[in-house]
Design a protein around this ligand. Structure first.
Ligand code: NI
Length: 254
């Protein structure tokens, strides 16, 4: 079975057919799903989904784009959610300098603050980092985030940056981009990363793999990602499935 480490089934893109889409993904061989929070609201809806479906777990946290209005009360709320046995990570949290909003100091502040929270509740982190490699590495080191570890999700940086993340104990999250013709950089990262440090993800409804590129993504397309990793690594897809499953279980504890 395939372990989906990053999906957003609570997203409005699934409002019309959520139940059916989840059913199709389970039929496609996805055995476990981590539904990822990106705002205070989606942290709560992720938790709801995790309680509705036995195959689902949740991550709670606030994405950089949504952190402008955060307060310490919100941190208390997240801390409360983190006590739930279905919550396995804090995320997604990080820095996004592609959209570059809110201003960088605010993003950095809440990234560091949520890493502190993760260390306090002893849960791994799910890191979203776009066009912000240097600051991301700096904050991860300064906050000693390697204590809890986690996933650098939708990894988009060079093999050199991957090396630093691996050295800190992080896993590399590989999704649909690895199937793109212009996904050469990620293919290189997959090549150099030991298979026992890779986890599979879709980030659905975003980032659909080939042959669905540009369409709504769903966890049911995860086998395309597994196949491409298998091709790059020169191993059977079944073996990729088993090892990446074990990696996620090791990280999340379930
Ligand atoms: Ni995401």
């Amino acid at each position: 079975m395939i372990y989906e480490t990053h999906t957003h089934f609570d997203d409005k893109a699934f409002d019309e057919d959520r139940k059916e889409a989840i059913k199709r993904a389970i039929s496609a061989g996805i055995g476990r799903f981590v539904n990822i929070g990106a705002s205070m609201k989606s942290s709560s809806t992720s938790l709801e989904l995790a309680h509705r479906y036995p195959e689902f777990l949740a991550a709670v946290g606030v994405h950089p784009e949504d952190c402008a209005e955060l307060t310490e009360d919100d941190m208390d709320t997240l801390r409360g959610y983190a006590k739930d046995e279905k919550v396995v990570a804090i995320g997604e949290i990080g820095l996004d300098y592609y959209w570059d909003e809110p201003e960088r100091d605010i993003q950095k502040k809440w990234f560091a603050r949520q890493i502190k929270l993760a260390c306090e509740v002893d849960l791994p982190i799910i890191v979203h980092s776009r066009d912000a490699a240097a600051d991301t590495l700096e904050i991860l080191k300064k906050e000693d985030a390697g204590r809890v570890g986690g996933i650098i999700h939708c990894f988009s940086y060079s093999p050199e940056v991957a090396r630093e993340c691996l050295d800190m104990g992080f896993y590399i999250g590989v999704g649909g981009v690895v199937t793109f013709k212009n996904g050469r950089k990620l293919k290189e990262v997959v090549e150099m990363t030991p298979i026992d440090r890779i986890v599979t993800e879709t980030d659905s409804p975003y980032m659909a793999p080939v042959p669905y590129r540009g369409k709504r993504n769903s966890s049911e397309y995860l086998p395309y990602v597994v196949e491409e990793i298998a091709r790059i690594k020169g191993m059977p897809p079944k073996e990729v499935e088993e090892i990446t499953w074990a990696n996620a279980v090791k990280l999340f504890g379930k």
